[in-house]
Design a protein around this ligand. Structure first.
Ligand code: PEP
Length: 237
Protein backbone atom coordinates (compact mmCIF):
# COMPACT_ATOMS: atom_id res chain seq x y z
CA UNK A 1 0.00 0.00 0.00
CA UNK A 2 1.48 3.36 -1.05
CA UNK A 3 2.03 6.29 1.30
CA UNK A 4 0.21 9.51 0.51
CA UNK A 5 1.48 12.79 1.92
CA UNK A 6 -0.66 15.92 1.69
CA UNK A 7 1.36 19.14 1.87
CA UNK A 8 -1.00 22.08 2.50
CA UNK A 9 1.88 24.59 2.44
CA UNK A 10 0.76 28.02 3.75
CA UNK A 11 -2.90 27.56 2.83
CA UNK A 12 -6.17 27.62 4.78
CA UNK A 13 -7.61 29.41 7.78
CA UNK A 14 -9.20 27.63 10.73
CA UNK A 15 -12.64 27.58 9.10
CA UNK A 16 -11.24 25.87 5.99
CA UNK A 17 -9.48 23.28 8.14
CA UNK A 18 -12.67 22.45 10.02
CA UNK A 19 -14.59 22.13 6.72
CA UNK A 20 -11.85 19.94 5.31
CA UNK A 21 -11.98 17.63 8.32
CA UNK A 22 -15.75 17.39 8.05
CA UNK A 23 -15.48 16.50 4.37
CA UNK A 24 -12.99 13.67 4.86
CA UNK A 25 -14.55 12.27 8.03
CA UNK A 26 -14.40 8.45 8.02
CA UNK A 27 -13.36 8.40 4.36
CA UNK A 28 -9.59 8.15 4.81
CA UNK A 29 -7.35 5.19 5.57
CA UNK A 30 -5.55 6.61 8.57
CA UNK A 31 -2.57 4.27 8.19
CA UNK A 32 -1.37 5.57 4.87
CA UNK A 33 -2.33 9.22 4.52
CA UNK A 34 -0.21 11.81 6.32
CA UNK A 35 -1.29 15.44 6.53
CA UNK A 36 1.18 18.31 6.64
CA UNK A 37 -0.91 21.37 7.51
CA UNK A 38 0.39 24.67 8.81
CA UNK A 39 1.76 24.17 12.34
CA UNK A 40 -1.24 26.06 13.73
CA UNK A 41 -3.62 23.29 12.64
CA UNK A 42 -1.60 20.19 13.49
CA UNK A 43 -3.64 19.50 16.62
CA UNK A 44 -6.93 19.69 14.67
CA UNK A 45 -5.80 16.72 12.58
CA UNK A 46 -4.27 14.94 15.55
CA UNK A 47 -7.50 15.24 17.53
CA UNK A 48 -9.19 13.12 14.87
CA UNK A 49 -6.37 10.57 14.91
CA UNK A 50 -4.88 11.33 11.53
CA UNK A 51 -1.17 10.85 10.94
CA UNK A 52 0.28 14.30 10.92
CA UNK A 53 3.61 15.93 10.18
CA UNK A 54 5.22 19.36 10.10
CA UNK A 55 6.34 21.00 6.87
CA UNK A 56 9.68 21.81 8.48
CA UNK A 57 11.44 21.93 11.85
CA UNK A 58 13.94 24.33 13.32
CA UNK A 59 17.56 23.15 13.25
CA UNK A 60 17.85 23.49 17.03
CA UNK A 61 15.69 22.11 19.83
CA UNK A 62 15.34 25.34 21.81
CA UNK A 63 16.90 28.76 22.11
CA UNK A 64 17.09 32.27 20.75
CA UNK A 65 15.63 31.63 17.31
CA UNK A 66 12.89 34.18 16.89
CA UNK A 67 10.00 32.99 14.75
CA UNK A 68 11.03 29.34 14.70
CA UNK A 69 9.11 26.33 16.04
CA UNK A 70 10.94 23.67 18.01
CA UNK A 71 10.66 20.01 17.17
CA UNK A 72 9.79 19.42 20.84
CA UNK A 73 6.87 21.84 20.57
CA UNK A 74 5.71 20.18 17.35
CA UNK A 75 5.92 16.76 18.98
CA UNK A 76 3.70 18.02 21.80
CA UNK A 77 1.10 18.80 19.14
CA UNK A 78 1.32 15.22 17.90
CA UNK A 79 3.52 15.05 14.82
CA UNK A 80 5.17 11.75 13.95
CA UNK A 81 6.56 12.91 10.59
CA UNK A 82 8.33 15.96 9.23
CA UNK A 83 9.23 17.17 5.76
CA UNK A 84 12.83 18.31 5.47
CA UNK A 85 14.43 20.04 2.51
CA UNK A 86 11.33 20.94 0.54
CA UNK A 87 12.49 22.92 -2.49
CA UNK A 88 10.49 25.95 -1.34
CA UNK A 89 12.43 25.89 1.94
CA UNK A 90 15.70 25.47 0.08
CA UNK A 91 14.84 28.34 -2.28
CA UNK A 92 13.28 30.96 0.00
CA UNK A 93 14.87 30.14 3.37
CA UNK A 94 18.32 28.97 2.37
CA UNK A 95 17.64 25.58 3.93
CA UNK A 96 20.54 23.87 2.17
CA UNK A 97 22.64 25.12 5.10
CA UNK A 98 20.51 23.30 7.68
CA UNK A 99 19.41 20.05 6.06
CA UNK A 100 21.99 17.90 7.83
CA UNK A 101 21.30 19.39 11.28
CA UNK A 102 17.54 19.10 10.76
CA UNK A 103 17.72 15.48 9.65
CA UNK A 104 19.85 14.55 12.64
CA UNK A 105 17.59 16.38 15.07
CA UNK A 106 14.46 14.78 13.65
CA UNK A 107 15.94 11.27 13.76
CA UNK A 108 17.23 11.85 17.29
CA UNK A 109 13.65 12.77 18.25
CA UNK A 110 12.24 9.59 16.65
CA UNK A 111 10.38 11.30 13.86
CA UNK A 112 9.98 9.83 10.44
CA UNK A 113 11.65 12.17 7.96
CA UNK A 114 10.42 12.79 4.45
CA UNK A 115 13.59 14.13 2.85
CA UNK A 116 12.79 16.08 -0.32
CA UNK A 117 15.35 16.07 -3.10
CA UNK A 118 15.12 17.20 -6.70
CA UNK A 119 16.82 18.93 -9.59
CA UNK A 120 16.08 22.29 -11.20
CA UNK A 121 15.20 22.58 -14.87
CA UNK A 122 18.67 23.87 -15.67
CA UNK A 123 20.27 20.95 -13.84
CA UNK A 124 18.04 18.50 -15.67
CA UNK A 125 18.87 20.06 -19.04
CA UNK A 126 22.59 19.81 -18.25
CA UNK A 127 22.28 16.11 -17.35
CA UNK A 128 23.09 16.84 -13.74
CA UNK A 129 20.05 15.15 -12.15
CA UNK A 130 21.87 12.08 -10.76
CA UNK A 131 24.73 14.17 -9.45
CA UNK A 132 22.40 16.65 -7.72
CA UNK A 133 20.28 13.94 -6.11
CA UNK A 134 23.31 12.04 -4.81
CA UNK A 135 24.81 15.25 -3.45
CA UNK A 136 21.58 16.10 -1.65
CA UNK A 137 21.39 12.59 -0.17
CA UNK A 138 25.02 12.67 0.96
CA UNK A 139 24.62 16.10 2.55
CA UNK A 140 21.51 14.99 4.46
CA UNK A 141 23.04 11.73 5.68
CA UNK A 142 26.57 12.78 6.53
CA UNK A 143 27.94 12.23 10.08
CA UNK A 144 24.76 10.44 10.94
CA UNK A 145 25.84 7.09 12.27
CA UNK A 146 24.14 7.23 15.68
CA UNK A 147 20.56 7.70 14.53
CA UNK A 148 18.13 5.34 12.88
CA UNK A 149 18.42 6.06 9.17
CA UNK A 150 15.65 3.59 8.47
CA UNK A 151 13.26 6.32 9.60
CA UNK A 152 14.04 8.23 6.42
CA UNK A 153 11.75 8.32 3.41
CA UNK A 154 12.90 10.04 0.23
CA UNK A 155 10.58 12.24 -1.81
CA UNK A 156 11.88 12.73 -5.32
CA UNK A 157 10.47 16.09 -6.40
CA UNK A 158 11.84 17.61 -9.61
CA UNK A 159 11.66 21.33 -8.83
CA UNK A 160 10.42 22.14 -12.32
CA UNK A 161 7.42 19.90 -11.77
CA UNK A 162 6.17 21.40 -8.50
CA UNK A 163 3.01 23.40 -9.08
CA UNK A 164 3.48 23.46 -12.86
CA UNK A 165 1.26 20.55 -14.08
CA UNK A 166 4.29 19.26 -15.96
CA UNK A 167 5.57 15.85 -14.91
CA UNK A 168 8.44 13.70 -16.13
CA UNK A 169 7.84 10.69 -18.30
CA UNK A 170 7.05 7.44 -16.46
CA UNK A 171 10.28 5.90 -17.75
CA UNK A 172 12.30 8.81 -16.40
CA UNK A 173 10.66 8.63 -12.96
CA UNK A 174 11.22 4.87 -12.84
CA UNK A 175 14.89 5.24 -13.72
CA UNK A 176 15.56 8.02 -11.22
CA UNK A 177 13.68 6.32 -8.39
CA UNK A 178 15.65 3.13 -9.05
CA UNK A 179 18.90 5.07 -9.09
CA UNK A 180 18.05 6.62 -5.72
CA UNK A 181 17.18 3.21 -4.25
CA UNK A 182 20.34 1.60 -5.61
CA UNK A 183 22.51 4.44 -4.35
CA UNK A 184 21.04 4.21 -0.85
CA UNK A 185 21.48 0.45 -0.83
CA UNK A 186 25.02 0.38 -2.18
CA UNK A 187 26.45 3.30 -0.28
CA UNK A 188 24.45 3.24 2.98
CA UNK A 189 22.99 -0.27 3.06
CA UNK A 190 19.51 1.26 3.33
CA UNK A 191 16.25 0.07 1.80
CA UNK A 192 14.17 3.23 1.89
CA UNK A 193 10.80 4.10 0.47
CA UNK A 194 10.90 6.61 -2.39
CA UNK A 195 7.91 8.83 -3.12
CA UNK A 196 7.28 10.97 -6.19
CA UNK A 197 6.12 14.58 -5.83
CA UNK A 198 5.36 17.27 -8.40
CA UNK A 199 1.95 18.09 -9.87
CA UNK A 200 0.35 14.75 -9.01
CA UNK A 201 -3.35 15.16 -9.82
CA UNK A 202 -6.48 13.42 -11.05
CA UNK A 203 -5.41 13.84 -14.68
CA UNK A 204 -2.06 12.05 -14.35
CA UNK A 205 -2.52 9.61 -11.47
CA UNK A 206 -3.64 6.67 -13.62
CA UNK A 207 -0.47 7.00 -15.66
CA UNK A 208 1.77 7.42 -12.61
CA UNK A 209 0.24 4.33 -11.06
CA UNK A 210 1.95 2.24 -13.77
CA UNK A 211 5.38 3.00 -12.29
CA UNK A 212 6.29 -0.18 -10.47
CA UNK A 213 8.99 1.03 -8.07
CA UNK A 214 7.15 3.98 -6.47
CA UNK A 215 6.22 3.76 -2.78
CA UNK A 216 3.89 6.72 -2.69
CA UNK A 217 3.32 10.38 -3.47
CA UNK A 218 3.85 13.82 -1.98
CA UNK A 219 0.92 15.92 -3.11
CA UNK A 220 0.59 19.69 -2.83
CA UNK A 221 -2.08 21.52 -4.84
CA UNK A 222 -4.25 18.46 -5.48
CA UNK A 223 -4.63 17.81 -1.76
CA UNK A 224 -6.32 21.14 -1.09
CA UNK A 225 -9.82 20.21 -2.25
CA UNK A 226 -11.06 17.38 -0.06
CA UNK A 227 -13.44 15.78 -2.59
CA UNK A 228 -10.79 15.71 -5.32
CA UNK A 229 -8.17 14.49 -2.88
CA UNK A 230 -10.48 11.65 -1.84
CA UNK A 231 -10.94 10.73 -5.52
CA UNK A 232 -7.17 10.72 -5.96
CA UNK A 233 -6.64 8.49 -2.94
CA UNK A 234 -9.22 6.00 -4.24
CA UNK A 235 -7.14 5.50 -7.39
CA UNK A 236 -3.81 5.03 -5.59
CA UNK A 237 -3.01 1.39 -4.85
C1 PEP B 1 5.00 19.91 -3.27
O1 PEP B 1 4.98 21.11 -2.99
O2 PEP B 1 5.68 19.11 -2.59
C2 PEP B 1 4.22 19.46 -4.40
C3 PEP B 1 4.40 18.27 -4.86
O3 PEP B 1 3.33 20.37 -4.90
P1 PEP B 1 2.35 20.15 -6.16
O4 PEP B 1 1.69 18.82 -5.98
O5 PEP B 1 1.37 21.28 -6.06
O6 PEP B 1 3.19 20.20 -7.36
Amino acid sequence: MKLICANFKMNFLKENILNYLENIHEKINKDRVIFFPSNLYISDFKKENYLVGSQDISFKEFGSLTGETSIKQLKELGISYTLIGHSERRKYFNDNRYINAKVKLALKNDLKVILCIGESLKERDNNLTSLVLKKEIDEALKNNNCFNLNNLIIAYEPIWSIGTSVIPDNKVIFKIVQEIKDYLKNKYDLNLKVLYGGSVNLENIDKLENISNLDGYLIGGASLQPEKFLDLIRIIK
